[in-house]
Design a protein around this ligand. Structure first.
Ligand SMILES: *[C@@H]1O[C@H](CO)[C@@H](O)[C@H](O)[C@H]1NC(C)=O
Ligand SMILES: *[C@@H]1O[C@H](CO)[C@@H](O)[C@H](O)[C@H]1NC(C)=O
Length: 561
């Protein structure tokens, strides 16, 4: 399966550098947008002396080759299954081709600039310069914009250019034309609760998950090399006191279990109970409290991000440079974007980043979002809004269910079809069958050739947590992602105990005949949005609950344990 990974170039008129009329230093527009999205307004000019930090994403040696290799090591039917790449092997695919760094550095040197490398494989360079010089370097017009809902200021340009000779060497420059709002976390709805669920059909705690999904309570034994990573964004902090109270209420057998904290991009670990984040508390309680005995690492991403996507690429680079023994084998993220808020260049870059995690054997798991077919959050829309980055085929997207036996969490669970990434072969038969089953319904509102999301689903309604000292019930696919990630971490523990490799990039396994047998098909419920009833869950894969909800013994059987 080859993806169109040269999207930013595809939009550009082809100009042969051999053409006598085009000098190699001729500037050519590399990316442009007509205007900022509705949520952003221009608030003025920028002082020409204001410093701006830009990242130049260089061409990579062989991303298509990396995709093929990652599929090979992740497909149970392939002889290479489980032979995850080493970091050194990964580097060969991701590092820039030999001529690229010098070509770009020569151009920058002519402007008096010396870049620094800011990615593990030197495929991203960084420069800091006054806006005046940035405008000259890139034939740009940087101005000041505000994201109105959050009040966040950003400096952006509607267009930028690079010398024509550098087109094969530069993927994109950021931040330039990308107007990306802060990531949305799940639309957690909170109710006060009695401490102990009366019934798993109404309240869910770890003991309910053990009963419903067959998750064992036995502690993992191969913990040291099997870390479960939890991504924390937007100054959400996981509170140790809330976790202790949660474990005492729901998992007294895990008393004393805790998590480690890693900070990147100026992230913090504020343990003031009044600064405990509801999302972070949920994510930690449903990893530490479900993946019994698996070491959990909370990766707190601060505001000092430069990747143009709130740290979602920075976190990957940080993990790839973490020593193997402390590197997570599973990463769960309960934040996302509406795909349309990411320019294609950035959507592809973030997908390539999570591809790298998959290549080295790390399962990247994301919540599908909570706006039904309307995106990560309920939005006003006519066309359906796929969520991101779950539309990346190398990410496992988790939707939400409610009740026992489960039906789709109709109030929120996001699902649909990407406009940037075509349907990958592992789900092609499922997507084709689903689209055939709905006929002309919603024709034109969604992309029939896009990657379908989510892949699987898990409990996401009336989940009991402790937040700022009180028991609450919360809703959202934010619950489903850590629960599913915990199950994968527990399977990895058994695999390691049996001397086998961890699961890594999951999707080819999940959609295989043996993999899908580990899921209970969810056939009721739907995901309304954009003034429609959304898609309906049905027999087989659907863009509401994916393949269904996981069964732990089924997963063990599927991996041959
Ligand atoms: C870990 O070892 C203990 C003691 O041998 C055992 O009771 C437990 O079931 C094991 N855990 C797993 C996940 O196999
Ligand atoms: C639909 O998806 C395909 C495959 O990713 C893509 O090439 C096409 O541009 C998309 N169409 C729209 C309208 O976004």
């Amino acid at each position: 399966m080859r993806l169109a990974f040269l999207l930013p170039f595809a939009a550009i008129p082809k100009i042969s550098s051999a053409s006598p009329t085009v000098h190699p230093s001729t500037m050519i527009v590399h990316e442009s947008v007509a205007g900022p999205p509705a949520a952003f307004t221009q608030v003025g000019v920028v002082s020409p002396d204001e410093e701006i930090t830009l990242r130049i994403a260089l061409a990579q040696s062989d991303i298509v080759g990396l995709q093929e290799k990652t599929y090979a090591v992740s497909d149970p039917a392939n002889a290479l299954y489980g032979q995850h790449l080493t970091i050194e092997e990964l580097a060969e695919f991701v590092k820039p081709p030999p001529a690229t760094p010098s070509a770009v550095s020569t151009w920058l040197a002519a402007h008096g600039l010396t870049p620094t490398s800011v990615s593990p494989f030197n495929d991203v360079l960084q420069i800091t310069l006054p806006v005046r010089e940035a405008n000259a370097l890139l034939a740009a017009d940087f101005r000041s914009f505000t994201h109105v809902p959050s009040g966040t200021r950003s400096v952006r340009t509607l267009s930028y250019a690079i010398p024509v000779a550098l087109q094969p060497h530069i993927r994109f420059v950021h931040p330039t034309v990308a107007f990306v709002p802060p990531p949305a976390r799940s639309r957690i709805e909170r109710r006060a609760s009695d401490p102990i669920p009366a019934s798993c059909a109404f309240d869910t705690d770890p003991s309910c998950l053990q009963a419903v999904f067959g998750i064992p309570s036995a502690k993992a034994n191969h913990s040291t090399s099997n870390v479960l990573g939890v991504a924390g964004y937007t100054d959400q902090f996981a509170n140790t006191g809330d976790l202790a109270e949660f474990l005492s209420n729901t998992r007294p057998d895990l008393a004393g279990a805790t998590f480690s904290v890693q900070t990147i991009d100026g992230g913090a670990n504020d343990q003031d109970i009044f600064n405990a984040g509801i999302e972070a508390d949920l994510d930690i309680q449903y990893t530490v409290g479900v993946a019994s005995g698996v070491p959990v690492s909370f990766i707190s991403v601060g505001d000092n991000t430069q990747d143009g996507i709130s740290g979602m690429i920075d976190i990957v680079n940080s993990i790839l440079t973490t020593p193997a023994a402390q590197r997570p084998t599973v990463l769960t993220t309960s934040y996302g974007f509406n795909e349309q808020d990411l320019p294609a260049s950035l959507a592809v870059a973030v997908c390539n980043a999570y591809l790298q995690l998959g290549a080295v054997g790390i399962s990247a798991i994301f919540a599908s979002g909570d706006g039904g077919v309307g995106g990560v959050q309920p939005t006003t829309c006519t066309n359906f809004v796929p969520s991101a980055p779950g539309g990346c085929p190398f990410i496992t997207s988790v939707g939400g269910t409610t009740n026992v036996p489960p039906h789709a969490a109709s109030l929120f669970s996001s699902g649909g079809f990407s406009n940037y990434f075509p349907t990958p072969s592992y789900q092609a038969a499922d997507v084709t069958a689903y689209i055939a089953s709905i006929g002309t319904l919603y024709a034109g509102l969604y992309n029939k050739s896009g990657r379908g999301i989510p892949d699987v689903s898990a409990a996401s309604h009336n989940i009991e947590i402790v937040w700022q000292g009180d028991v609450n019930l919360v809703d959202g696919t934010s619950c489903a992602s850590p629960i599913f990630a915990s199950m994968i971490a527990l399977v990895n523990d058994r695999l390691l105990a049996a001397g086998k490799p961890v699961l890594g990039f999951l999707n080819p396994f999940l959609y295989s005949t043996t993999g899908r047998a580990a899921f209970t098909d969810v056939t009721s419920g739907n995901n309304p949005g954009c003034n429609t009833n959304g898609f309906s869950a049905t027999t087989g894969w659907d863009p509401v609950t994916g393949l269904g909800t996981p069964n732990f013994d089924g997963l063990l059987k599927a991996v041959g344990l």
